[in-house]
Design a protein around this ligand. Structure first.
Ligand SMILES: [Zn+2]
Length: 411
């Protein structure tokens, strides 16, 4: 039977946008672990799944160790105050730091390893912060590894220049390293003398967060479809600055809620699970936990669809597919060729970059859909990933290609 394309009503798009706006609002403080941002968002999502008519909604708790930065975040250069998220960010593993320090600039034109360590041992530069272009530091990784440890050198920390807008990551957020690393923009002065820092890290041990799992009953229960999207994000950088994470990934979360809404009204052939994961931006922690503790056996999954960052306007849709998912991918390609939802489905190498990965590793047929390199991509992991900067033109094609796909493979 040929797939019948679903006409999306204006209402669905309005509902979708409303969810993205809600989840990226100040209420959830960047959906991180400071101020329970992610957990507050998770509770809202659970309620929304109930509202749209899911038959069952459960929260699946798991624990993680995580650095948070909810307190002081002060940084000035020669007395000039720097703005968190704009003029500087941190490495996610930074310890708290406080004090006034001299700056030592790495001479990249005449790089001399011995001289650098001799200078940093001298009275003049003892305990200084070392400033260097990050890409350059890569060339001398062994030296920079030393500069990052207490044993390797007596410098107090490092400052790396990196492109603007500055990005923040949390992949190594579960450890606290010895020395702080501060990222600054190329506008950082190359002749400043001193910096003042007062930055507070609060390390949360065994912090409890949760995945939200909604079920819509199908006509049959021997297999299921799974739709996933992570709802956590990067949280806060100091008291006032937070990362809204509208594109990453309020956009995917909103899509699985509207898909649940659709299937709650149009009973599917097989059971469906809609899973909003936490802990993704802290290294796929929620999806790893779920893959080890699934509510329905993984070998009953007919297909898993993971949505991460879909609020962009690239007409080429990026995907990753597990080996077992390749037959399904051929169906996606066929639908796209017929309907022209996207200019192309561009399949990249499978990588550990989002929540489909733990399932792909466990031989689950799955696809990952992410819209990258459009006009919203430059805001990825920056404080500018806001509702206003999100682009909603690809929501409808995503929704349609998914519902067409489910209809075809359920036959
Ligand atoms: Zn992310």
């Amino acid at each position: 039977m040929a797939a019948v394309s679903i006409q999306l009503g204006a209402q669905d798009l309005a509902h979708y946008k409303k969810i993205v706006k809600e989840l990226s609002s100040a209420k959830y403080q960047g959906r991180g672990y400071a101020e329970d941002g992610a957990n507050k968002a998770g509770k809202w999502i659970a309620k929304e799944f109930e509202k749209v008519g899911a038959d069952e909604v459960v929260c699946q708790p798991f624990k993680l160790d995580i650095n948070t930065f909810p307190g002081k975040m002060e940084f000035s250069v020669d007395g000039k105050k720097q703005v968190p998220g704009v003029d500087f960010t941190l490495r996610e593993f930074n310890p708290s730091c406080k004090g006034e320090y001299k700056l030592y600039y790495i001479d990249t034109l005449n790089y001399n390893s011995e001289k650098i360590f001799a200078d940093l041992a001298s009275e003049e530069y003892k305990g200084a912060y070392v400033v260097c272009d990050f890409m350059y530091s890569f060339k001398h990784r062994a030296d920079f590894r030393k500069l990052q440890s207490k044993e390797g050198c007596s410098n107090s920390g490092l400052i790396y220049t990196w492109e603007s807008p500055l990005k923040f990551y949390k992949a190594y957020g579960e450890v606290v390293r010895e020395k702080p690393i501060i990222w600054v923009t190329p506008d950082f002065p190359m002749d400043a003398k001193t910096i003042k820092v007062d930055m507070e890290n609060e390390f949360l041990k065994d912090y409890e967060c949760f995945n939200v799992i909604a079920k819509v009953e199908g006509k049959r229960h021997d297999s299921c479809y799974v739709f996933t999207a992570h709802y956590d994000h990067l949280g806060k950088l100091g008291k006032k600055t937070y990362y809204p994470g509208a594109h990453d990934n309020a956009s995917g979360t909103a899509a699985i809620i509207t898909l649940a809404s659709y299937y709650a009204k149009n009973q599917p052939e097989y059971d469906m699970y809609f899973i909003a994961f936490s802990g993704e931006d802290a290294n796929l922690r929620g999806s790893e936990w779920y893959a080890e503790h699934p509510v329905a056996p993984l070998n009953q999954i007919k297909y898993l669809i993971n949505l991460d960052m879909i609020a962009d306007n690239n007409p080429v849709q990026y995907c990753e597919v597990s080996n077992e998912g390749m037959d399904g991918f051929a169906v996606f390609e066929k639908i796209n060729a017929e309907k022209g939802y996207f200019k192309e489905l561009h399949r990249g190498e499978l990588a550990g970059n989002s929540d489909h990965y733990p399932f792909a590793q466990r031989n689950v047929p799955c696809i990952f859909l992410m819209n990258e390199d459009g006009d919203a991509f430059k805001f990825y992991h920056t404080i500018h990933d806001t509702w206003k900067n999100s682009i909603f033109t690809n929501y409808e094609p995503i929704f349609n290609i998914i519902t067409d796909f489910i209809e075809i493979i359920s036959d």
